[in-house]
Unconditional design. Structure first.
Length: 208
């Protein structure tokens, strides 16, 4: 048994629907590991239960796994708005969201969250950033004003398989984007932040 196996065996099991979604994601989509998966999914659910947001904004739906995990943690009146910029993703993702037991808690939108999210005219209690790593700072600056003071932003993939400290990836645009974002957040006096070395790196950010 590996340490990862041990951790998962002592973590709340993922619901069967999410297990099937994760499997389908890896069978049918390129880069299936981009889906949050069991451990991070259970953390997202628990963070939602702790923060108790009324409205959540997600940037980067992919297959819908993380959206469903966060929706699972919402209270009855809570709602999640998730944006996916890649319209080719819709054919796979929309049925998984709309046929889930949590469909009434999720609005799935194909479009650029940087432009479209402000048009919702909603104040969010929590946001999950998991879109294009090359524009993380731009996304952050678009989303931060939409989050209430005291609200939380979560940014995924902020360690990027360790590439953030690997000089071999100095010319990789996604690595550059994540490094820029991490440096930017570390100096931003509007927020407090901590990077969790979970999976591919998850940064928790609290708006002051």
């Amino acid at each position: 048994m590996t340490l990862d196996d041990y951790i998962l065996s002592h973590t709340e099991p993922e619901p069967d629907y999410l297990y099937q979604l994760y499997r389908a994601t890896n069978v049918h989509l390129l880069h299936g590991r981009m889906a949050s998966g069991h451990l991070q999914g259970r953390l997202l659910k628990m963070l939602v239960q702790m923060i108790r947001p009324k409205n959540i904004l997600e940037v980067g739906t992919f297959s819908g796994y993380s959206a469903l995990c966060m929706a699972e943690g919402l209270e009855d009146e809570g709602h999640l708005y998730t944006f996916e910029i890649n319209d080719e993703q819709e054919e796979f993702t929309r049925p998984w969201i709309e046929q889930s037991p949590l469909a009434n808690r999720i609005t799935f939108i194909i479009g650029d969250a940087i432009r479209e999210a402000p048009r919702l005219d909603i104040t969010f209690d929590m946001a999950f950033l998991d879109g294009d790593k090359r524009t993380y700072v731009e996304t952050y600056e678009a989303v931060l004003p939409l989050v209430r003071p005291g609200g939380f932003l979560l940014a995924d993939n902020t360690l990027w398989d360790g590439h953030v400290i690997d000089p071999d990836y100095d010319r990789d645009h996604q690595t550059q984007g994540i490094r820029q974002f991490n440096d930017y957040i570390a100096q931003d006096i509007r927020v407090e932040q901590v990077i969790l070395p979970l999976r591919d790196g998850l940064t928790l950010i609290r708006k002051k």
